[in-house]
Design a protein around this ligand. Structure first.
Ligand code: 3PG
Length: 212
């Protein structure tokens, strides 16, 4: 899985976030993103129905790599993996979740924003982390500073990333991919404007191509 995930992210280094309880809307949103060229999707566990939305996307779409985001506890991590999540994203670094995923060979991106957190992730054996919340945690200058110290570490900036700054983040060599919710605006999902979501995904793919 890790190899395929890395391959997809190097081709299109953008991970859109979906947070939708309505399973039909979650599936249609995932398909709209795939049509725009983004096939690695993070479903954020921020509502009671989010896991069902993720399960529906996994069951009813083809060719996507679907992960679970906003995973807060080890129990939740195990539960979303049982539901078919192919990677895990957390807002922060919890050792037992990281250790479990490493042990199970499941890609995990725990949130980090300080040198201490990145070093702890490194010590646990991780070589990829989320950088969160990217814009508030120091943005591109902070990423460059962390990248110069942790030479083997790769980062996924998320939080405050948009079409306006995606190119700058992706130009940093240590960045694997950027994540964000700007690709799935709430009004577009609620109103079923899937063409708008596909257009945002295509725009992001274009920005990524120009940046790399
Ligand atoms: C996350 O869960 O990674 C962030 O909340 C996403 O931040 P964004 O909404 O600014 O993209």
């Amino acid at each position: 899985m890790h190899e395929e995930l890395t391959k997809r992210l190097s081709a299109a280094p953008v991970v859109p976030l979906i947070g939708e309880d309505d399973t039909a809307k979650a599936v249609a949103t995932a398909n709209a993103l795939a049509e725009g060229g983004l096939s690695v999707i993070e479903v954020v566990m921020r509502s009671d129905g989010a896991q069902r939305g993720m399960e529906a996307i996994i069951a009813e779409t083809e060719g996507l790599i679907v992960g679970a985001g906003t995973v807060l506890t080890l129990d939740q991590c195990k539960s979303v993996l049982d539901s078919g999540a192919q990677f895990i994203v957390c807002p922060g670094l919890v050792d037992e979740i990281a250790e479990y995923c490493l042990d199970q060979n499941v890609p995990i991106y725990p949130g980090t924003m300080t040198a201490g957190e990145v070093q702890r992730a490194y010590a646990l054996g991780l070589r990829e982390v989320k950088f969160f919340p990217a814009s508030l945690a120091g943005g591109v200058p902070m990423l460059k500073a962390l990248g110069s110290v942790f030479r083997e570490m790769r980062f996924m900036p998320t939080g405050g990333v948009s079409a306006a700054n995606l190119g700058e983040f992706l130009a940093v060599p240590s960045v694997i991919a950027c994540g964000g919710s700007w690709l799935t605006p709430k009004d577009a999902v609620a109103g079923g404007d899937y063409a708008a979501i596909t257009a945002l995904a295509s725009e992001a793919v274009g920005i990524a191509k120009a940046a790399r």
